[in-house]
Design a binder for this molecule. Sequence first.
Ligand SMILES: C[S@@+](CC[C@H](N)C(=O)[O-])C[C@H]1O[C@@H](n2cnc3c(N)ncnc32)[C@H](O)[C@@H]1O
Length: 249
Amino acid sequence: MAASDDVAPPTASAYLDPTYWDGRFGKEEHYEWFKDFSHFRHLLVPLLSPSLSVLEVGCGNSRLGEELLREGVAGGITCVDLSPVAVQRMRDRLAAQGTHGVEVVVADMLDLPFEHESFDLVIEKGTMDVLFVDSGDPWNPNPSTVDNVMKMLEGIHRVLKPEGVFVSITFGQPHFRRRFFEAPGFTWSVEYSTFGDGFHYFFYTLKKGKRSLESNSYQNALPAAPKVNMFHEELESEDYIFRTNVEEL
Ligand SMILES: C[S@@+](CC[C@H](N)C(=O)[O-])C[C@H]1O[C@@H](n2cnc3c(N)ncnc32)[C@H](O)[C@@H]1O
């Protein structure tokens, strides 16, 4: 669905400002960043079971929470977003549909208000990407980007149960994401698949307590920047897609 024309195109750092998202969600009923559930259902369903408790981080006005409910997840689905407007609109939508079983909460993913080891599955789609919009050189991101990404991941790792799973759906390529996912202190293994036609999105599966020796050795030998200058092309491409998603709506 198209966003209203009177939502100003954002500057990069606007993505970190809840008032930008409030303005947008105040006008927009439903928009799925990247792709909707049907495109990655085949990757997510094998990770689901009825008893799972799920946290979705940065839900916006996505229908992912409802889709999980439809798939039979009954252990509790909590969706959080920084934008109070997004949260209220999602609550209104669920109430209008008579949907029970999805709790929607205003919360900052950099300071998650949940007890340690609360969830079996944490999922984010396009939310961590917000932190990378203003990151500078993707091979050497700004310290503030690194701090925020690590805060987000540390919080997710903390609220996951000992054998919990974190799913990250993103356009961030492995050479830019694995260095964060595989930082010291995280016990999750890291695997990924891709989905999508033409442009491929990444579906990362991080299983807590399953970190492999192989992934440790990856961390010890972070890849050097390639000799061909992918940096400009890839950064432009990531940034372009992210902005296009906003500006074309
Ligand atoms: C690119 S949108 C993705 C929305 C949704 N996950 C989807 O797939 O359509 C990013 C979302 O992250 C939210 N967000 C941004 N910063 C956040 C933060 N610090 N804590 C929680 N949510 C945040 C925004 O309000 C927005 O809903």
